[in-house]
Design a binder for this molecule. Structure first.
Ligand code: ZN
Length: 297
C-alpha cells in the first residue's frame, strides 16, 4: 500500500517503519536513540529486490508488500538508527538541483527571480547517508534543506498530471554548497561547488507519496547546533514538484532513482555571514518524511 525504502550501510535494501521519520519528543534536535524496525527486501522478494536500485525500479511491488502505514507483514529482521543507513538511492543516474525556488531565499541571496527554473546538477558521487559527516571546505560551506523527489520509472515528456505516478516518492536532502566555488566563474556555474564529496546527505528513506498527509505543503526545517535557521513549507516553492519534473522530462529521459532537489527556503548561512564550521551539527527535518543529523568535519 505504502512504503519507506531505505538502504542499510552495507548496501542492502530494506523497508522501514516510521521510527526515523520525525525526531522523538517533537524536539528538532533531540534524536538520540531513535530507531526504526527494518524488513529485508531481498528476503521478501526471493532476492529480486535486494538491491536498492532494483527496488526503486519496481515500486509497484513495494506497494504490494505493505499495509497503508507502510508496514510489511511478518516479523522485522532488525532495528537500525540513522548511523546504520546509507543514502536511500545510492547510485542514481542523474541528480538535478533547482536554484532560487523560494522567494524569500531569492531576496536573501540578492538575486532577481528567473523566468525559467534554475537547473544545475549535483554529481552523484557527492551522495551520502542521513548521518554521514559533511567535509567542510574553506569558510563558505553552506547548508540547504530540501525536499527531494525520487523518480520511480523510466519516463519522458510527462504531463504535470502524470508526475506523482512517475515518482517512487520523496526524501530529505541537504544541498550542501561551497559558495566561493559556486560563484567563482562569470557567469556562475553552481554544479561543481555543490558536488564536493559528502555534499549530498539524503534519507533516511524514500517515502511513498501516499504516506504524506499534505503532499504539497510539508514543513521543512534546518537547525545548526540546535538553532533553527530554516523554517518554511514546501507550498512556498515558486515552481512545484509537478511542474519541475515535467519540465525536466521534456529534455531528459528520467530513470528510476533519478533525484530532483527542489530548492531551499530562506535562512542559509552565507546570507548571514554564518556558514558551517567544523564541529557543528546539522539537523534537517521534513515533517512526515524524515530527519537527518550530519556533523561537520
Ligand atoms: Zn539547493
Amino acid at each position: 500500500m505504502a512504503f519507506r525504502l531505505a538502504t542499510l550501510a552495507e548496501g542492502r535494501a530494506v523497508l522501514l517503519d516510521a521510527g526515523l521519520v520525525d525526531p522523538p519528543g517533537g524536539d528538532e534536535t533531540s534524536t538520540a536513540g531513535a530507531t526504526a524496525r527494518w524488513w529485508d527486501l531481498g528476503r521478501l522478494t526471493d532476492g529480486r529486490l535486494a538491491d536498492p536500485m532494483a527496488a526503486l525500479s519496481d515500486s509497484d511491488v513495494l506497494h504490494t508488500l505493505t499495509d497503508e502505514q507502510g508496514i510489511p507483514a511478518g516479523e522485522p529482521d532488525g532495528t537500525v538508527g540513522l548511523t546504520g543507513l546509507g543514502p536511500p538511492v545510492p547510485r542514481p543516474q542523474k541528480v538535478f538541483g533547482i536554484g532560487m525556488n523560494y522567494l524569500a531565499h531569492i531576496d536573501e541571496m540578492d538575486r532577481a527571480p528567473s523566468t525559467a527554473p534554475v537547473i544545475f546538477t549535483k554529481f552523484p558521487s557527492c551522495l551520502v547517508g542521513p548521518a554521514a559527516d559533511v567535509r567542510i571546505v574553506g569558510d563558505r560551506t553552506d547548508y540547504e534543506v530540501e525536499l527531494v523527489a525520487v523518480v520511480g520509472r523510466t519516463c519522458r515528456d510527462l504531463d504535470e498530471s502524470e508526475v506523482w505516478d512517475a515518482l517512487a516518492g520523496v526524501t530529505v536532502g541537504q544541498d550542501i554548497s561551497e559558495r566561493a566555488l559556486q560563484n567563482a566563474s562569470a557567469p556562475a556555474q553552481f554544479s561543481l561547488g555543490k558536488s564536493y564529496d559528502t555534499f549530498g546527505p539524503t534519507g533516511p528513506a524514500v517515502v511513498s507519496a501516499d504516506l504524506l498527509d499534505e503532499q504539497y505543503d510539508l514543513l521543512l526545517t534546518c537547525a545548526v547546533d540546535g538553532e533553527v535557521r530554516q523554517d518554511s513549507r514546501t507550498s512556498r516553492m515558486i515552481v512545484g514538484v509537478k511542474q519541475l519534473v515535467a519540465y525536466l522530462s521534456a529534455v531528459c529521459t528520467l530513470e528510476p532513482g533519478d533525484l530532483v532537489f527542489t530548492g531551499t527556503p530562506a535562512g542559509v548561512g552565507d546570507a548571514q555571514g554564518r556558514c558551517l564550521e567544523v564541529g557543528q551539527r546539522i539537523d534537517s527535518h521534513i515533517v512526515g518524511v524524515g530527519h537527518m543529523v550530519n556533523h561537520c568535519v
